[in-house]
Write a protein that binds this ligand. Structure first.
Ligand code: FMN
Length: 332
C-alpha cells in the first residue's frame, strides 16, 4: 500500500526500469471512509498523472485481486493510458475481460508453475489470449506471500531457483502456440548483481525488486518506516498472518509485539476494502496498520519488508542504486 507511488515509480522509469505504481488505498484516509471507491479511483488518476509528468519511461500499475474495487481500478488505470497491468493476491481468471484491451500487457504475479498453468489454460480457453509475462515471486519477498506458512518453513524447496525452471517449462507450450516469448520476471530476495545474474542464467528475462527501493530518497514512505529497515536485524524479520488471508513478511516492531500479547485490537472496518477480510474476526485493520506506518506512526503500524531488509545499511537515490547494480552486473 502506497510504498511505490509516482515519485519512486518515475525515478525507476527514468533509469530505464519499469516503475510500478501501487493502486491500493491511495485516497485521503478520512474521505475514503465515506466514499472509498470514488476517492481511491480519483487518487489513482492523480497518481498516474503525477508520474507521467515526471517521466516518459515505462510505468506499470499493481493491483491486488482481493480488493473489493479491483475491477474499477484496473479500468481506471487503462483509461489513463497504463499499458502494463500487474495483478497479484488473487487469481486473475477474468482479467482479460476486465482489461478488455489487447494493447494492454497483462502480467500476473504467481508463486508456482501450477497457478501460472491454470491462468494460461483459462485465458486460452475463454479469451483466446495468453499472458504477456509473469512475475514469479519466491518465498523471500516482502508483503503478502503466495505460500503457506508450512511452505515458508522450507524455503529451499520453494526457492526461486527451484520454481523458475518449472515455470519456464510450463510456458513453452503457450509460447509455441502464440508464437511469442512469455517473459518471466523473478522477484523475492533479489538484492545484488549476483542475484540478478543468477536469475538471468536460470532463464528469467528480468527481476523485480522492492525492499532495496524502500530505502531510497524517492520512496514516499515516512522516514520512520525507512529507519525501521536500517535498524532491523535478521531475527526481527518475521512471518505474520495477514487479515487478507495470506501470510506476510514484516518487521517485528512494537505493533506486532503488542499483537502477541493482546487478544485482538478493536476494529471499526473503515473502508471495506478487501473481499477476503472478515473484519469481525480480523485481529487488526490491515489498511489502517499500513497507513500508520506509511505516515510515520510505526509503533501502531505494520512494516512490510522482504527477507533481506536487514542487509540495507543506507538510504540512497534510485539513480545510485540502479547505477550501482548495473555497474556490478557489468563487472561480473
Ligand atoms: C514494503 C513492501 C510493500 C509491498 N507491497 C506490495 C503490493 O502492494 N502489491 C504487490 O503485488 N507486491 C507488493 N510487495 C511485494 C513486491 O512487489 C516484490 O515482489 C517483492 O517484495 C520482491 O522482493 P524483495 O522485496 O526482496 O525485492 C511489497 C513489498 C514490500 C517490501
Amino acid at each position: 500500500m502506497r510504498v511505490s507511488l509516482s515519485s519512486l515509480a518515475s525515478a525507476v522509469a527514468n533509469e530505464g526500469g519499469i516503475g510500478t505504481i501501487s493502486s491500493i488505498g491511495l485516497g485521503d484516509p478520512e474521505a475514503m471512509k465515506t466514499e472509498y471507491e470514488t476517492m481511491s479511483r480519483e487518487a489513482l488518476v492523480r497518481e498516474i498523472a503525477k508520474a507521467r509528468a515526471m517521466t516518459d519511461g515505462h510505468l506499470a500499475v499493481n493491483f491486488m485481486g482481493v480488493l473489493s474495487n479491483v475491477d474499477d481500478l484496473i479500468k481506471t488505470a487503462i483509461r489513463e493510458g497504463i499499458k502494463l497491468v500487474v495483478f497479484g493476491a488473487g487469481l486473475p481468471t477474468k482479467l482479460p475481460a476486465v482489461a478488455n484491451d489487447s494493447s494492454v500487457n497483462l502480467v500476473p504475479i504467481v508463486s508456482s508453475a501450477r497457478v501460472a498453468e491454470l491462468i494460461l489454460r483459462v485465458w486460452d480457453k475463454h479469451y483466446g489470449r495468453t499472458a504477456d509475462g509473469f512475475i514469479l515471486e519466491g518465498p523471500l519477498a516482502g508483503g503478502h506471500l503466495g505460500f503457506s506458512k508450512d511452505q515458508l518453513t522450507r524455503p529451499d524447496e520453494f526457492s526461486l531457483d527451484c520454481l523458475l525452471p518449472k515455470l519456464l517449462e510450463v510456458l513453452k507450450g503457450y509460447e509455441d502456440k502464440y508464437g511469442r516469448k512469455i517473459p518471466v520476471i523473478a522477484a523475492g530476495g533479489i538484492f545484488d548483481a549476483q542475484d540478478i545474474a543468477r536469475m538471468f542464467r536460470l532463464g528469467a528475462s528480468g527481476v523485480q525488486m522492492a525492499t532495496r527501493f524502500v530505502c531510497t530518497v524517492e520512496c514516499g514512505v515516512s522516514p520512520e518506516f525507512k529507519q525501521a529497515y536500517l535498524d532491523a536485524d535478521e531475527e526481527d524479520i518475521v512471518i505474520i498472518d495477514s487479515p487478507v488471508g495470506m501470510p506476510g513478511r514484516a518487521i517485528r516492531n512494537r505493533f506486532l509485539r503488542d499483537l502477541e500479547t493482546k487478544e485482538k485490537l478493536p476494529i471499526r472496518c473503515p473502508y471495506r476494502c478487501l473481499t477476503a477480510c472478515k473484519a469481525e474476526k480480523a485481529r487488526y485493520c490491515i489498511a489502517l496498520a499500513l497507513l500508520n506506518s506509511y505516515f510515520g506512526d510505526v509503533d501502531h503500524g505494520l512494516i512490510f519488508c522482504g527477507h533481506n531488509a536487514y542487509r540495507i545499511k543506507e538510504i540512497v537515490t534510485v539513480k545510485e542504486l540502479i547505477t550501482g547494480l548495473l555497474t556490478e552486473l557489468a563487472a561480473l
